[in-house]
Write a protein that binds this ligand. Structure first.
Ligand SMILES: *Cc1c(COP(=O)(O)O)cnc(C)c1O
Length: 357
């Protein structure tokens, strides 16, 4: 038996969409990019979407577009994928970590204000594992202290908070379309915003500082990057997005089967997995002896994930102490979780886990 942690869900629809682009002469900066951006913006309920080649690139461009620079501080969570803090370092600003809430795994909104000072420019909150952060409270704090609010919604496509889609709460937000995310473009990401200036600036910076998509190719108005997403990737994204309801139904089914069957001592189903408004990115349980569980599951051919190793404990960060985050991270294990995980496979995973814990 071999069960992967994650697996993309690619059908003939996606294969044909990619082939169709390959048969044209427009492989990048073409019509598929416009269409993908419009569809993602509409799905998230925001005005503008800018396709980029990764979620990480999207975060970097947001930090630059907001003018965050050396000497500035950005408040963020240590319990996340490392890119949500690295993007702050890219511009030589300082990530200031705030410990997390042990139930939601998201940044603890009650501990943010004590970290705000005159250098603080923004709060970058993450919808961890697809579970929405507390955006009402985050917005209140950001407004009160005149801070930018950035949403890393890389893991939360489809999730909702107060009837609104995640990805719509930041002054600027991102999704990622890496193959383990809810939908994939191979590699890719998107910046979401209702602010036209931010959208235009990000679009220009993603395309070598060009002002217009169809403008003079060698005219560069500002320092830019090649963070473009090709039309091949965008076509893949359009096809995936057209199947979003089916994809979300499949994922909910897998989560529900796990929720029902993981009802024995030694395994704790995380709270976010029981929230109807959350579309999990990964299925993370809590166990004692995390490392042993991951190792012994691997010996049975079941790949589990280490979500997360706290960012402040990564070697090149290496400072600070966030006891709740560290305690949670000691116990969290991601089980295999993807659209087409079969019921008999879920049974095998649950049985293996029961034996091991
Ligand atoms: C996946 C992820 C990213 C980065 O997205 P990429 O497309 O892989 O660059 C950023 N933040 C979080 C929370 C993520 O899970």
């Amino acid at each position: 038996m071999k069960i992967n942690l994650s697996q993309p869900d690619i059908t003939d629809l996606e294969r044909n969409a990619v082939l169709e682009v390959l048969n044209t002469s427009r492989l990048s900066l073409g019509p598929k990019q416009d269409e993908f951006e419009q569809r993602v913006a509409q799905y998230a309920g925001v005005q503008y979407a800018v396709a980029v080649n990764s979620g990480t690139s999207g975060l970097h461009l947001i930090i630059r577009a907001l003018g965050i620079k050396e000497g500035d501080e950005v408040i963020t969570t240590p319990f996340s994928f490392i890119a949500s803090a690295n993007c702050i370092l890219y511009e030589r600003a300082k990530p200031v970590f705030v410990d997390i809430d042990p139930k939601s795994f998201n940044i603890d909104v009650n501990k943010i204000e004590e970290k705000i000072n005159e250098k603080t420019k923004a709060i970058l909150a993450v919808d961890v594992f697809g579970h929405s952060a507390n955006w009402d409270r985050l917005k209140e704090i950001a407004d009160k202290h005149e801070l930018f609010l950035i949403e890393d919604s890389a893991e939360a496509l489809g999730s909702e908070y107060n009837g609104r889609k995640c990805g719509s709460f930041g002054l600027a937000s991102i999704f990622s379309f890496y193959p383990n995310k809810q939908i994939t473009t191979g590699e890719g990401g998107v910046i979401l915003t209702n602010d036209k200036k931010i959208a235009d600036l990000c679009r220009s910076m993603a395309n070598q500082g060009r002002e217009k998509k169809d403008g003079f190719w060698l005219d560069h108005k500002r320092l830019g990057y090649n963070y473009r997403m090709s039309d091949i990737n965008c076509a893949l994204g359009i096809a995936q997005l057209s199947r979003i309801e089916e994809i979300m139904t499949k994922r909910k089914r897998v989560a529900k089967l796990y929720n029902e069957r993981l009802n024995f001592p030694g395994v704790e189903v995380s709270d976010y997995l029981l929230d109807e408004n959350t579309h999990p990115f990964v299925y993370v349980i809590k166990v004692e002896e995390k490392e042993r569980v991951i190792k012994e599951m691997a010996e049975k051919g079941i790949q589990c994930g280490e979500y997360f190793k706290p960012i402040h404990l990564q070697s090149f960060y290496g400072e600070g102490s966030f006891p709740i985050c560290e305690n949670i991270a000691k116990r969290t294990v991601a089980l295999p979780f993807y659209n087409n995980l079969q019921e008999n496979e879920i049974s095998s995973i649950v049985e293996a886990l029961k034996e091991i814990v």
